[in-house]
Design a binder for this molecule. Structure first.
Ligand SMILES: [Zn+2]
Length: 239
């Protein structure tokens, strides 16, 4: 009896967590291969927009003539619509990161799905556009079986990252130079940074320093692209 219960629970866990986990890990590897093959870097920002930091990030990108991709939290878009419009005017790509940044593993099985849907609804209310077709990055890089099936059924492009800038909180050691070295070593990649506002003053500086280090790779022949351009390079028939 105990063995049966254990087997049933193991099978449920496999389906619910392991299948989406393996799927997303494979996605990450696909990104890495495409970036290396074409020597491209896609800089992405999660959890914004931040009233203070996002314009600073956008200004740095504009100075470098590089487009970025911003995976916005729908709950943070409210009240910051002008910043989102400015990002679009500046030629950056907008993606979705859900509504309230829920963890799709450590919540009810349906919570992640509902949060993804709510994020789309809120962003649709702001933009008036169909946002289900824009790239989606799952919060914490996690989906469960329900949310994976839901996002896939909408035809939404799923996006992960290959290089974590470790800028979301202080205390995790990865210097700007180390981040640039990692990218150089792997021949490109999808960089994860965060543009939400921080309470600690030097935390924003850390994000900008890491961004600068990545942008310096322009001099070494790396091409900087929006996430949709990177995905297109990996699609059948991609250049
Ligand atoms: Zn996030």
């Amino acid at each position: 009896m105990l063995l049966t219960i254990t087997l049933v629970l193991a099978a449920l866990a496999m389906g619910h967590w392991l299948v989406p986990h393996l799927w997303l890990q494979a996605r990450k590897r696909q990104h890495a291969v495409v970036c290396q093959r074409h020597k491209v870097v896609a800089i992405t920002f999660d959890d914004g927009p931040g009233r203070l930091l996002t314009p600073l990030v956008s200004a740095r990108l504009a100075e470098a003539g590089v487009p970025g991709t911003f995976f916005l939290l729908a709950q943070s878009v409210r009240g910051n619509e002008d910043i989102v419009e400015e990002l679009q005017r500046a030629g950056h790509e907008i993606g979705s990161h859900g509504d309230r940044h829920v963890h799709h593993w450590w919540s009810w099985p349906w919570t992640g799905l509902l949060d993804t849907r709510d994020g789309w609804r809120r962003m649709h209310d702001v933009s008036g556009k169909n946002v289900r077709g824009i790239p989606f990055r799952p919060p914490y890089g996690k989906l469960n079986l329900l949310s994976l099936a839901y996002v896939r059924a909408q035809g939404t492009p799923l996006v992960m990252w290959t290089h974590d800038g470790y800028d979301a909180r202080l205390g995790v050691d990865k210097s700007p130079d180390e981040l640039a070295d990692e990218l150089r070593g792997s021949g490109g990649g999808v960089v994860l940074l965060h543009d939400f506002d921080r309470s600690l003053a030097n935390a924003s500086q850390q994000v900008l320093a890491k961004l600068d280090a990545v942008l310096a790779l322009r001099k070494e022949g790396f091409r900087f692209v929006r996430i949709t351009e990177m995905l297109a390079l990996g699609a059948p028939g991609g250049a």
